[in-house]
Design a protein around this ligand. Structure first.
Ligand code: UD1
Length: 341
């Protein structure tokens, strides 16, 4: 069976994708520098799948290491490139770290793919490239305008998309799928893998689950005076396992030469927007656990409302995010309880 290189494969979305790939029979090799993940994630993957994926500890920016990896695994037919720094706040404080790491890793991966005759790449992008879409562009499809990035992190996603497009223009053999994720949440139903935030979580769901388990005193809801039905922000929360499955579809499509364009772009969301208060209330309802919270002022740089129009992914990739939000929230809670034992 074909081998897929998964960069950042011990990370949150990467590990769930490795599981889905292996369950479909793909051989996988992970490269990860473990800067924001733990090697124990490999045990979680093995517990689910029955075998451990091959793992190379290394940095995607390291040309010699990546060259050696591609030489050793000469059966790689495609790359899913997750490896990147992803903390928005940190990117504002340390922009050079973000530009170096996120741009150099992609450039190095593309260089080594070319050198070793590998021509298929799936790239992790984000709905952050759309900024706050105007009302006429909600829900957001792939043709919505890209807006000036709100952070260096967001800018690296935009620049990397352009790097891929320019390289595809120059190299007729290259095929790329750009996946723009909305808000990934939840954990594998087995609770063997899940999200492991570093320090105080910036994202909503890990903060909710950590408050529910007593690690945090209360959740701060950032703003209830937005122009939304209940005043809190709206996002498209997508189950990480559904999201992982989209990567397998994208790989299959490229390997079967079904892509209609050299670079294809898909929005990955559920198509449904949920507010912060809806997420919070549903979480409390399905778990039966009270989550103390307080409404505070808006968070700087927050987008009021964004959710996807996932029709292209539904129709072209043959993929749909359809796990009920109740199950997704329960999976996150099960995971939080497991890791605090
Ligand atoms: C954030 C990033 C985005 C990144 C995404 C990755 C910002 C401004 N944006 O998106 O670039 O791609 O994470 O998942 O950081 N909230 C609270 N209290 C909290 C935490 C969050 O009320 O303690 C609210 C936020 O105001 C927001 C919603 O929950 O309305 C979701 O927040 P978050 O999980 O941080 O995701 P995004 O802001 O959508």
């Amino acid at each position: 069976m074909a081998r897929i290189l998964v960069t950042g494969g011990t990370g949150y979305i990467g590990s769930h994708t490795v599981v889905e790939l292996m369950q479909k029979g793909y051989d996988v090799v992970i490269v990860d520098n473990l800067s924001n993940s733990d090697q124990a994630v490999l045990d979680g993957i093995a517990a689910i799948v029955g075998t451990c994926p091959d793992f190379v500890q290394g940095d995607c920016c390291d040309t010699a290491a990546m060259d050696a990896l591609f030489a050793r695994y000469n059966d790689i037919v495609g790359v899913i490139h997750f490896a990147a720094s992803k903390a928005v706040n940190e990117s504002v404080e340390q922009p050079l770290k973000y530009y170096r790491n996120n741009l150099m890793s992609l450039i190095t991966v593309l260089e080594q793919m070319k050198k070793h005759d590998v021509h298929n790449i799936v790239f992790s992008s984000s709905c952050t490239v759309y900024g706050q879409p105007s009302a006429e562009h909600l829900p957001v499809d792939e043709t919505a305008p890209i807006q000036k990035a709100l952070s260096p992190y967001g800018n690296t996603k935009q620049i990397n998309e352009n790097i891929i497009r320019d390289e595809a223009h120059a190299d007729a053999q290259l095929r790329a799928t750009i996946l723009r994720y909305f808000n990934p949440i939840g954990a594998h139903p087995s609770a063997m893998i899940g999200e492991l935030p570093n320090g105080v979580p910036q994202n909503l769901l890990p903060f909710v689950t950590q408050t529910a388990i007593g690690l945090r005193k209360e959740l701060k809801v950032f703003g209830d005076d937005y122009n939304t039905p209940d005043g809190s922000c709206i996002r498209d929360y997508i189950y990480v396992v559904d999201l992982a499955k989209a990567h397998v579809k994208a790989v299959e499509r490229m390997l079967a030469n079904q892509a209609e364009e050299q670079v294809e772009v898909f929005n990955l969301g559920t198509g449904k927007g949920l507010s912060v208060l809806e997420i919070l209330n549903t979480f409390m309802q399905v778990t039966g656990v009270n989550v103390p919270y307080q409404i505070v002022g808006r968070r700087e740089g927050d987008i009021e409302q964004v959710w996807a129009k996932p029709d292209k992914a539904n129709n072209v990739l043959g993929w749909k995010a359809d796990t009920p939000i109740e199950d997704v929230l329960l999976s996150a809670w099960k995971w939080e309880q497991k890791i605090r034992k």
